[in-house]
Design a protein around this ligand. Structure first.
Ligand code: NAD
Length: 285
């Protein structure tokens, strides 16, 4: 059984490679000439005809809608489409509804873990869709990742992803504010880390990904804030969280503020830097 993979960029190419390494025959497609000589590139039409499982890893919801508009009518009814891109919840629901009209299953399965996770096969998949379809795709998630969680029906994977990343964006800013305050109070960063990482302020942004250099486990702060997880991608996810919050009238004041802070940070030199570089940005203010 052949597998299709549409979108062979920074994330898609290493994910596709891991499926090939595990012995699967894979047909790929990308609109751009990509650096993936080891992956057979083909047309959407051929992928739709020959593959009963088709993954996608695309930039955003508009591209996903366009690709699926072309893809869905060409697929046969047993096909399962698995979109691993991070997109707005509404686009995930839209493509799921369109596919249903053609009796095709769609799973939304955005990931956490970044390019390193994609290369090492250690991604986490947050999945929305029907349980039967999930059960069929789970072995492929196990090849490309270390964990997959079925979060609910269509769109639930995207909902989980933006909720998680809204927490992360807010917590990283909070941690950066605290470390910047500590420095101004002449409090040593390593001592602060020792306290916070084992106290009630502990969180992933401190314990695993500390924004202060030479403190805690190695992180982008130790590599001049080269990403890691780029601030631009954090901003994308925060904007998606705000779009979703507006759609359901959920109050997310801190999420809104975090979005504004990342927007300003990026326009003032943070583009291309890791999202933890808010710390040196605050220190300069
Ligand atoms: P990328 O820009 O490197 O890759 C996207 C690929 O899609 C590109 O190769 C592009 O040419 C291709 N593409 C665009 N339009 C297309 C079309 N119509 N048909 C086929 N291919 C098309 O981006 P990426 O970093 O691989 O991210 C992909 C997705 O994963 C995004 O939704 C992103 O938010 C999400 N994500 C990225 C990371 C990360 O660290 N890079 C982490 C988690 C999630």
């Amino acid at each position: 059984m052949k597998i299709g993979f549409i979108g062979l960029g920074n994330m898609g190419a290493p994910m596709a490679r891991n499926l090939i390494k595990a012995g699967h025959e894979l047909l790929g497609f990308d609109v751009a000439p990509t650096n993936v000589e080891d992956i057979t590139q083909d047309s959407i039409a051929k992928i739709a005809k020959e593959c009963s499982i088709i993954f996608s890893m695309l930039p955003d919801g508009n591209v996903l809608r366009n690709v699926y508009e072309e893809l869905i009518p060409l697929c046969n009814s047993k096909t399962i489409l698995v979109d691993c891109s991070t997109v707005d919840v509404e686009s995930a629901l839209h493509v799921s509804r369109e596919a249903e009209k053609n009796s095709i299953e769609v799973i939304d399965a955005p990931v956490s873990g970044g390019v390193v996770g994609a290369e090492n096969g250690t991604l986490t998949f947050m999945v929305g869709g029907e349980k039967d379809a999930y059960d069929q795709i789970e072995p492929y998630f196990a090849i490309m990742g270390q964990k997959s969680v079925l979060c609910g029906g269509p769109g639930a994977g995207q909902s989980a992803k933006i909720c998680n990343n809204m927490i992360l964006g807010i917590s990283m800013i909070g941690v950066c504010e605290a470390f910047n305050l500590a420095q101004k109070l002449n409090l040593n960063w390593s001592r602060l880390f020792d306290v916070v990482s084992t106290s009630s302020g502990s969180c992933w942004s401190v314990n695993t990904y500390c924004p202060a250099p030479a403190v805690g486990p190695e992180s982008p702060a130790d590599r001049d804030y080269k990403p890691g997880f780029a601030a631009d991608l954090m901003l994308k996810d925060l904007k998606l969280s705000q779009e979703a919050a507006r759609a359901v009238s959920a109050p997310t004041e801190l999420g809104k503020h975090a979005t504004e802070i990342y927007e300003t940070f990026i326009s003032e030199g943070g583009k291309g830097m890791d999202f933890s570089a808010i710390l040196p940005y605050l220190a300069k203010k």
